[in-house]
Design a protein around this ligand. Sequence first.
Ligand SMILES: C[S@@+](CC[C@H](N)C(=O)[O-])C[C@H]1O[C@@H](n2cnc3c(N)ncnc32)[C@H](O)[C@@H]1O
Length: 215
Amino acid sequence: MLVRLPGVYPAQHDSWALVEALKQEALGPDSRVLDLCAGTGIVSVRAAEAGAGQVTAVDLSRRAWATTWMNTRLHGRSVRVVRGDLTEPVRGERFDLVVSNPPYVPAENDRVPVSGIARCWDAGKDGRALLDRICLQVPDVLAAGGVLLLVQSSFSGIEKSQTMLEEQGLRVNIVSRVDIPFGPVLAARRDMLVQRGVIDVGQHCEELVVLRAVK
Ligand SMILES: C[S@@+](CC[C@H](N)C(=O)[O-])C[C@H]1O[C@@H](n2cnc3c(N)ncnc32)[C@H](O)[C@@H]1O
Protein backbone atom coordinates (compact mmCIF):
# COMPACT_ATOMS: atom_id res chain seq x y z
CA MET A 1 0.00 0.00 0.00
CA LEU A 2 1.15 3.52 -0.78
CA VAL A 3 -0.18 6.71 0.78
CA ARG A 4 -0.12 9.87 -1.34
CA LEU A 5 -0.72 13.50 -0.51
CA PRO A 6 -2.69 15.54 -3.10
CA GLY A 7 -0.45 16.81 -5.89
CA VAL A 8 1.99 13.89 -5.67
CA TYR A 9 2.50 11.73 -8.77
CA PRO A 10 0.71 8.39 -8.45
CA ALA A 11 2.91 5.41 -9.30
CA GLN A 12 2.04 4.29 -12.84
CA HIS A 13 3.47 2.76 -16.06
CA ASP A 14 6.77 4.61 -15.93
CA SER A 15 7.20 3.97 -12.21
CA TRP A 16 6.63 0.23 -12.75
CA ALA A 17 9.03 0.13 -15.71
CA LEU A 18 11.73 1.57 -13.44
CA VAL A 19 10.88 -0.85 -10.62
CA GLU A 20 11.16 -3.79 -13.05
CA ALA A 21 14.56 -2.58 -14.28
CA LEU A 22 15.69 -2.12 -10.67
CA LYS A 23 14.90 -5.78 -9.97
CA GLN A 24 17.61 -6.80 -12.44
CA GLU A 25 20.33 -5.00 -10.45
CA ALA A 26 22.34 -6.83 -7.80
CA LEU A 27 21.86 -4.91 -4.54
CA GLY A 28 23.31 -5.73 -1.13
CA PRO A 29 24.15 -4.22 2.25
CA ASP A 30 26.99 -2.17 0.70
CA SER A 31 24.86 -0.74 -2.11
CA ARG A 32 24.24 3.00 -2.06
CA VAL A 33 21.15 3.95 -4.05
CA LEU A 34 19.96 7.43 -5.03
CA ASP A 35 16.33 7.89 -6.14
CA LEU A 36 16.09 11.23 -7.98
CA CYS A 37 12.55 12.66 -8.34
CA ALA A 38 11.12 10.25 -5.77
CA GLY A 39 7.38 11.16 -5.85
CA THR A 40 5.61 8.61 -3.62
CA GLY A 41 8.97 6.97 -2.89
CA ILE A 42 7.90 3.71 -4.51
CA VAL A 43 11.27 3.12 -6.17
CA SER A 44 13.14 3.86 -2.93
CA VAL A 45 10.92 1.39 -1.06
CA ARG A 46 11.59 -1.29 -3.68
CA ALA A 47 15.35 -0.62 -3.63
CA ALA A 48 15.42 -1.00 0.16
CA GLU A 49 13.29 -4.18 -0.08
CA ALA A 50 15.73 -5.54 -2.68
CA GLY A 51 18.48 -5.31 -0.07
CA ALA A 52 20.20 -1.96 -0.71
CA GLY A 53 21.99 -0.92 2.47
CA GLN A 54 21.67 2.84 1.97
CA VAL A 55 18.87 4.52 0.04
CA THR A 56 18.53 8.27 -0.44
CA ALA A 57 15.39 9.79 -1.99
CA VAL A 58 15.36 13.34 -3.39
CA ASP A 59 12.38 15.38 -4.56
CA LEU A 60 11.84 19.11 -4.95
CA SER A 61 8.23 19.00 -3.77
CA ARG A 62 7.40 19.31 -0.06
CA ARG A 63 4.43 17.01 -0.50
CA ALA A 64 6.49 14.39 -2.33
CA TRP A 65 9.09 14.65 0.42
CA ALA A 66 6.43 14.02 3.10
CA THR A 67 4.80 11.25 1.03
CA THR A 68 8.10 9.46 0.47
CA TRP A 69 8.93 9.77 4.17
CA MET A 70 5.56 8.25 5.12
CA ASN A 71 5.74 5.41 2.58
CA THR A 72 9.26 4.39 3.49
CA ARG A 73 8.29 4.30 7.20
CA LEU A 74 5.01 2.48 6.49
CA HIS A 75 7.04 -0.20 4.73
CA GLY A 76 9.50 -0.34 7.62
CA ARG A 77 12.40 0.90 5.50
CA SER A 78 15.09 3.27 6.64
CA VAL A 79 15.50 5.68 3.73
CA ARG A 80 17.10 9.12 3.90
CA VAL A 81 14.55 11.51 2.39
CA VAL A 82 15.84 14.88 1.24
CA ARG A 83 14.07 17.83 -0.31
CA GLY A 84 16.04 19.56 -3.06
CA ASP A 85 16.89 20.07 -6.71
CA LEU A 86 18.21 16.88 -8.38
CA THR A 87 21.74 16.04 -7.17
CA GLU A 88 22.26 19.36 -5.34
CA PRO A 89 21.53 17.91 -1.85
CA VAL A 90 23.99 15.01 -2.35
CA ARG A 91 26.83 16.88 -4.02
CA GLY A 92 30.18 15.23 -3.13
CA GLU A 93 28.58 11.85 -2.36
CA ARG A 94 28.88 8.71 -4.52
CA PHE A 95 26.24 6.08 -5.33
CA ASP A 96 26.36 2.60 -6.84
CA LEU A 97 22.92 2.95 -8.39
CA VAL A 98 20.98 6.07 -9.37
CA VAL A 99 17.35 5.59 -10.41
CA SER A 100 15.20 8.33 -11.86
CA ASN A 101 11.74 8.78 -13.33
CA PRO A 102 11.86 12.54 -13.93
CA PRO A 103 9.39 14.88 -15.63
CA TYR A 104 9.84 14.33 -19.40
CA VAL A 105 6.61 15.37 -21.13
CA PRO A 106 6.93 18.02 -23.90
CA ALA A 107 5.05 21.11 -22.74
CA GLU A 108 3.54 24.14 -24.42
CA ASN A 109 6.48 26.35 -23.46
CA ASP A 110 9.87 26.24 -21.75
CA ARG A 111 8.69 27.53 -18.36
CA VAL A 112 9.19 24.68 -15.90
CA PRO A 113 6.39 24.76 -13.29
CA VAL A 114 7.51 25.69 -9.78
CA SER A 115 4.45 24.19 -8.08
CA GLY A 116 1.37 22.07 -8.72
CA ILE A 117 1.08 18.58 -10.14
CA ALA A 118 2.32 19.67 -13.60
CA ARG A 119 5.77 19.86 -11.99
CA CYS A 120 5.63 16.03 -12.07
CA TRP A 121 5.56 15.87 -15.87
CA ASP A 122 6.11 19.21 -17.67
CA ALA A 123 9.68 19.49 -18.90
CA GLY A 124 9.87 22.35 -21.41
CA LYS A 125 9.00 22.29 -25.11
CA ASP A 126 11.30 19.38 -25.92
CA GLY A 127 10.63 17.47 -22.69
CA ARG A 128 14.31 17.65 -21.78
CA ALA A 129 14.49 20.35 -19.08
CA LEU A 130 15.21 17.74 -16.41
CA LEU A 131 16.68 14.99 -18.62
CA ASP A 132 19.54 17.21 -19.83
CA ARG A 133 20.42 18.19 -16.27
CA ILE A 134 20.26 14.59 -15.06
CA CYS A 135 22.51 13.40 -17.91
CA LEU A 136 25.03 16.10 -17.00
CA GLN A 137 24.87 15.76 -13.20
CA VAL A 138 24.53 12.04 -12.52
CA PRO A 139 27.98 10.92 -13.75
CA ASP A 140 29.49 13.10 -10.98
CA VAL A 141 27.62 11.26 -8.23
CA LEU A 142 28.13 7.74 -9.62
CA ALA A 143 30.84 5.58 -8.11
CA ALA A 144 33.19 3.81 -10.54
CA GLY A 145 31.17 0.97 -12.06
CA GLY A 146 27.96 2.61 -10.83
CA VAL A 147 24.74 2.39 -12.81
CA LEU A 148 22.08 4.93 -13.81
CA LEU A 149 18.57 3.68 -14.62
CA LEU A 150 16.63 6.48 -16.31
CA VAL A 151 13.04 6.41 -17.61
CA GLN A 152 11.88 8.62 -20.44
CA SER A 153 9.52 8.83 -23.38
CA SER A 154 10.44 8.46 -27.04
CA PHE A 155 8.95 11.97 -27.40
CA SER A 156 11.79 13.52 -25.42
CA GLY A 157 14.91 12.45 -27.29
CA ILE A 158 16.20 9.02 -26.29
CA GLU A 159 19.27 9.41 -28.53
CA LYS A 160 20.10 12.76 -26.94
CA SER A 161 20.19 11.15 -23.47
CA GLN A 162 22.28 8.31 -24.82
CA THR A 163 24.74 10.67 -26.52
CA MET A 164 25.06 12.98 -23.51
CA LEU A 165 25.84 10.05 -21.21
CA GLU A 166 28.26 8.46 -23.68
CA GLU A 167 30.08 11.78 -24.07
CA GLN A 168 30.82 11.55 -20.36
CA GLY A 169 32.30 8.08 -20.74
CA LEU A 170 29.30 5.97 -19.71
CA ARG A 171 28.23 2.81 -21.55
CA VAL A 172 24.55 3.02 -22.39
CA ASN A 173 21.92 0.54 -23.48
CA ILE A 174 18.15 0.34 -23.37
CA VAL A 175 16.90 -2.34 -21.00
CA SER A 176 13.15 -1.87 -21.35
CA ARG A 177 10.70 -0.62 -23.95
CA VAL A 178 6.96 -0.48 -23.48
CA ASP A 179 4.18 1.10 -25.53
CA ILE A 180 1.45 2.72 -23.48
CA PRO A 181 -1.72 4.52 -24.55
CA PHE A 182 -1.79 8.31 -24.12
CA GLY A 183 -3.00 9.39 -20.69
CA PRO A 184 -5.00 12.60 -20.21
CA VAL A 185 -1.93 14.89 -20.33
CA LEU A 186 -0.67 13.63 -23.72
CA ALA A 187 -4.19 13.31 -25.11
CA ALA A 188 -4.73 17.02 -24.40
CA ARG A 189 -1.45 17.83 -26.23
CA ARG A 190 -2.08 15.65 -29.26
CA ASP A 191 -2.66 18.54 -31.71
CA MET A 192 0.37 20.44 -30.44
CA LEU A 193 2.58 17.36 -30.84
CA VAL A 194 1.24 16.67 -34.34
CA GLN A 195 1.96 20.30 -35.33
CA ARG A 196 5.52 19.99 -34.04
CA GLY A 197 6.00 16.74 -35.95
CA VAL A 198 6.61 14.76 -32.76
CA ILE A 199 3.73 12.33 -33.41
CA ASP A 200 1.70 11.20 -36.39
CA VAL A 201 -1.95 12.10 -36.87
CA GLY A 202 -3.99 9.38 -35.17
CA GLN A 203 -1.11 8.21 -32.98
CA HIS A 204 -2.33 7.26 -29.54
CA CYS A 205 0.60 5.43 -27.96
CA GLU A 206 3.95 6.56 -26.62
CA GLU A 207 6.99 4.42 -26.07
CA LEU A 208 8.58 4.48 -22.63
CA VAL A 209 12.16 3.30 -22.32
CA VAL A 210 14.54 2.65 -19.46
CA LEU A 211 18.14 3.54 -20.25
CA ARG A 212 20.90 1.79 -18.31
CA ALA A 213 24.20 3.67 -18.21
CA VAL A 214 27.32 2.28 -16.55
CA LYS A 215 30.21 4.49 -15.44
C1 LIG B 1 7.14 11.54 -12.88
S1 LIG B 1 7.23 11.90 -11.17
C2 LIG B 1 8.03 10.40 -10.64
C3 LIG B 1 7.73 9.97 -9.24
C4 LIG B 1 8.26 8.59 -8.84
N1 LIG B 1 9.70 8.48 -8.98
C5 LIG B 1 7.60 7.49 -9.63
O1 LIG B 1 8.29 6.85 -10.44
O2 LIG B 1 6.41 7.24 -9.44
C6 LIG B 1 8.51 13.15 -11.15
C7 LIG B 1 8.87 13.73 -9.78
O3 LIG B 1 9.95 14.67 -9.99
C8 LIG B 1 9.84 15.69 -9.02
N2 LIG B 1 10.68 16.83 -9.48
C9 LIG B 1 10.39 17.75 -10.43
N3 LIG B 1 11.44 18.59 -10.59
C10 LIG B 1 12.41 18.19 -9.72
C11 LIG B 1 13.71 18.66 -9.42
N4 LIG B 1 14.25 19.72 -10.06
N5 LIG B 1 14.43 18.01 -8.46
C12 LIG B 1 13.90 16.94 -7.81
N6 LIG B 1 12.66 16.44 -8.05
C13 LIG B 1 11.93 17.05 -9.00
C14 LIG B 1 8.35 15.96 -8.95
O4 LIG B 1 8.01 16.60 -7.76
C15 LIG B 1 7.80 14.51 -9.05
O5 LIG B 1 7.61 13.97 -7.76
